[in-house]
Design a protein around this ligand. Sequence first.
Ligand SMILES: Nc1ncnc2c1ncn2[C@@H]1O[C@H](COP(=O)(O)OP(=O)(O)OP(=O)(O)O)[C@@H](O)[C@H]1O
Ligand SMILES: [Mg+2]
Length: 266
Amino acid sequence: MSRVISFSNYKGGVGKTTSVVNTAHILVLQGYKVLVVDLDPQGNSTLTLSRSNPFEHEYSVGNLLADRDLATEKCLVHTPYNVDLIPANLNTYSLVAGLPANSAKRIFGLKNRLAELAETGRKHDYILVDCPPQIEGALITNAIAASDYYILPIEGESVYALQGVGHLMQAMEAIREDSNSGIRLLGALITMFDGRTTAGKTVREAIEQYFQDLLFKSVVRRNTAINKANLSNRCVCDMEPRSAGCLDYMAFAREMVARLDQMQKH
Ligand SMILES: Nc1ncnc2c1ncn2[C@@H]1O[C@H](COP(=O)(O)OP(=O)(O)OP(=O)(O)O)[C@@H](O)[C@H]1O
Ligand SMILES: [Mg+2]
């Protein structure tokens, strides 16, 4: 059974894409079959995972949502990292904007497409969805309708990190109800943490208080190897396997899998 997990936060630049691509890569190294759905028209995870310009792919997730006759398999890109990818590019915006309001496609398109994919026998152990930095709209609605869980990456050093989190979770809840989704928060993940600064420590304490058990114990430290890897369109464990960035994402991937296994039991 696939587990569909959205990485979502309406704030930009909090580490959604970095978390998706590196977690996906690590899960593949551990022997899992992984699909990444890039739902962000910026196409950042498409660029890193496929190592090619997002516009070079014939079809994007936008085509998949807009065109029922397009086979999901045709949209799948096999990446050098052995992660399967449904890519996005800037065309995704207009394709999704053109979906009729309140249509099933606007809500359940991704969910239906992933179900079709599973029926073809192509099974993924994990499907990670890279969400755009938005709080609502057709892309987020599709992500929520299709997902079993969401992970909230949260910037560990920003004093504004928690601002709006309550709103975000309320918005997720409203869309969950409207789309009849069973999505649940799997946990919040602190990214870009710097324990040497007072801001870092204070923000971490506030985040711990807010999320309590739902905060992942693994924390991703601010690490230049991650930035370098992103700049070279590579995964950090491929580029610098001994870096703090790689070790932190390995610890997070382990904890994520363990938490999913535990959630599944209840
Ligand atoms: N742990 C880290 N250490 C250092 N730099 C990081 C770390 N995590 C992310 N970054 C950098 O922060 C920037 C934003 O990261 P990323 O693109 O993953 O965020 P995002 O939430 O996906 O952004 P957007 O909302 O635009 O999609 C990137 O330049 C990335 O290289
Ligand atoms: Mg992103």
